[in-house]
Design a binder for this molecule. Structure first.
Ligand SMILES: Cc1cc2nc3c(=O)[nH]c(=O)nc-3n(C[C@H](O)[C@H](O)[C@H](O)COP(=O)(O)OP(=O)(O)OC[C@H]3O[C@@H](n4cnc5c(N)ncnc54)[C@H](O)[C@@H]3O)c2cc1C
Length: 512
């Protein structure tokens, strides 16, 4: 035994506690009830905002998160296990939509993380900055030039901490443009991949279809059009998230209260003006509630569904909707919960003579546990992603429909590839997924009841706009062109889905 070692360890753990972010599992454990800022929702945005505010040492910040710590959930840490916790899991809200009229009345499961880090703790980890047009459109729409691509780029670099994959067999040479990345930030990013013959075939196809699928060295250069290697928020075999990159590195002036639901925000001004700085908390529907007041501000960062839900529960929203549920109205704002939009994906499954992309999961788990390498250290997708921009005279725009993208450097659809069957060394089924990146449909978030413990009505109104359908159909035709290239076609044995319902030709109805 080394003399003095226990003392050293005790000292170190004391130091970690004093200088690091502090986590609490119950409001009763909080060391103080006085906070300058209360951040509601410790998700992707909330984690970053709280951590950045915490850089001002004099501020005391409280983050309130409905779910548990991400550090307590194994599948959060291991990149390829993300999908295990999307459906029916205790760290997802397990939301569903109402029947979606334009998708044969299908009720869709709607994953949203209920855990520290929010969806950055369970999402697909694709690291995609978007197109320069998107930022420039936000700048011109808001009149705030700081949001323009050239202005925002230094901040993107400030967030990013590029690292090479920790598995030496994954060479990333030529997979990204080093000059547009940074290793000085905090959010771990890498360009991971695993060997599969589809990788080389797709690269060859980019030469053959260089108009529609040119090779794209880096999807984050502001003009994501073409096909190239994906990038992911993964570091040394672990998922990175707003919790691991931001909150975990905060000081002891940042407090994180877990497993606690904010049920409402209320005004502290009894004279009738609106000064919404009080939050009401509860851990269970039956349990007691508690009030906390922020000295400076309450920041709502409960995500795209629950931020409007909280506003509505707090009497901020369309007056008729609130009155119908007996909620006292403080601010009549007809926009709350409106213009909800999400992108839709259609999968195309095709059988090939390529070897399976599946793997021995038990062995992979053992490998990950031993040194954080192998297939579980990567995203579950095949490594390449495509971004396609349709010409202005292509079918979606023939009837005069206005192009919904932000400009000529923006793609209409994203395509990504996933292995979907066990298969063998001689054949396997793969899936190519088409995502409409700029949906025109607009749905809504409305309250079903006045209880904060009931899910709101989440209606993305999918395919409510004929343009969305037209873009997905053109995405499907574009995928067909890629699969029909000389390079790929000799390895494609057939299309499994969508299947032709009658004549052997796949109709638009078969696709949608
Ligand atoms: C399945 C899936 C895959 C995705 N894949 C990708 C991808 O590959 N790449 C990418 O860039 N994006 C991806 N996204 C999208 C991305 O993760 C989200 O856009 C982003 O995380 C949203 O951040 P947010 O802070 O707005 O909300 P969230 O990250 O959802 O955070 C909201 C937080 O608030 C908490 N909360 C909610 N209500 C309350 C309340 N009343 N009281 C207390 N806490 C509350 C929630 O539990 C949650 O932790 C994916 C999303 C999903 C669902």
């Amino acid at each position: 035994m080394i003399p003095g070692l226990p003392t050293v360890l005790t000292l170190f753990s004391f130091v970690a506690f004093v200088f690091g972010v502090q986590y609490f599992h119950h409001p009763a454990g909080l060391p103080t009830l006085e906070f300058d800022f209360i951040v509601v929702g410790g998700g992707n945005a909330g984690g970053v905002v709280a951590s950045r505010l915490g850089e001002v040492e004099d501020y005391k910040i409280l983050v309130i998160e409905a779910g548990p710590s991400d550090q307590d959930v194994f599948s959060v840490q291991v990149p390829a296990l993300a999908a295990d916790i999307w459906f029916g899991s205790s760290v997802d809200w397990n939301f569903t939509t109402p029947p979606q009229t334009n998708t044969n009345d299908r009720v869709l499961e709607y994953p949203r993380a209920k855990i520290l880090g929010g969806c950055s703790s369970h999402n697909d980890m694709i690291y995609n900055r978007g197109s320069r047009d998107d930022y420039n459109r936000w700048a011109s729409t808001t009149g705030d030039d700081n949001l323009a691509w050239d202005q925002i780029r230094p901040f993107i670099l400030k967030t990013e901490k590029w690292s090479s994959p920790n598995d030496p067999s994954f060479s990333e040479q030529g997979h990204f443009n080093t000059s547009i990345h940074s290793s000085a930030g905090v959010l771990g990013v890498t360009a991971p991949y695993y060997n599969h013959p589809l990788n080389d075939l797709l690269l060859k196809a980019t030469a053959e279809l260089s108009d529609e699928y040119p090779f794209l060295q880096d999807l984050n250069d502001g003009r994501p059009i073409g096909l190239g290697w994906g990038q992911a928020t993964i570091t040394h075999g672990f998922r990175t998230s707003s919790s691991t990159a931001y909150l975990a590195n905060s000081g002891d002036n940042v407090h994180v209260l877990l497993n606690t639901l904010v049920t409402r925000v209320t005004s502290i001004d009894e004279t009738g003006s609106n000064d919404f700085r009080e939050v009401i908390l509860a851990s269970t529907p039956e349990g007691s509630t508690m009030k906390l007041i922020a000295k400076k501000e309450v920041i709502l960062s409960a995500g795209v569904i629950q931020t409007p839900q909280l506003l509505l529960l707090s009497g901020i929203g369309p007056v008729d909707e609130l009155k119908a549920l007996g909620i006292e109205v403080f601010v009549d704002n007809p926009s709350v919960g409106k213009n909800f939009s999400d992108h839709i994906t259609i999968p195309i499954k095709f059988s090939t003579d390529l070897p399976t992309s599946s793997f021995d999961e038990t062995a992979a788990l053992a490998q990950w546990k031993s040194n954080h390498t192998g297939r579980l250290a990567l995203s579950q997708h095949l490594p390449q992603i495509g971004w396609v921009r349709f010409p202005q005279d292509s079918p979606p725009f023939k009837n005069g429909a206005v192009d919904p993208t932000a400009g000529p450097d923006s793609p209409h659809v994203e395509v990504f590839f996933v292995g979907v069957s066990e298969g063998s060394e001689e054949n396997s089924t793969l899936s190519m997924n088409i995502v409409n990146l700029t949906p025109a449909c607009r749905g809504s978030i409305t309250l079903a009841t006045s209880s904060p413990f009931n899910q709101p009505i989440i209606d993305p109104a999918l395919l409510d706009s004929p343009l969305d359908t037209a873009i997905l159909l053109e995405g499907f035709r574009s995928a067909q062109r890629l699969l029909a290239s000389n390079t790929l076609s000799e390895h494609i044995l057939g299309l499994d889905t969508p299947a032709s319902s009658s004549s052997g030709t796949i109709t638009d109805d078969d696709v949608i």
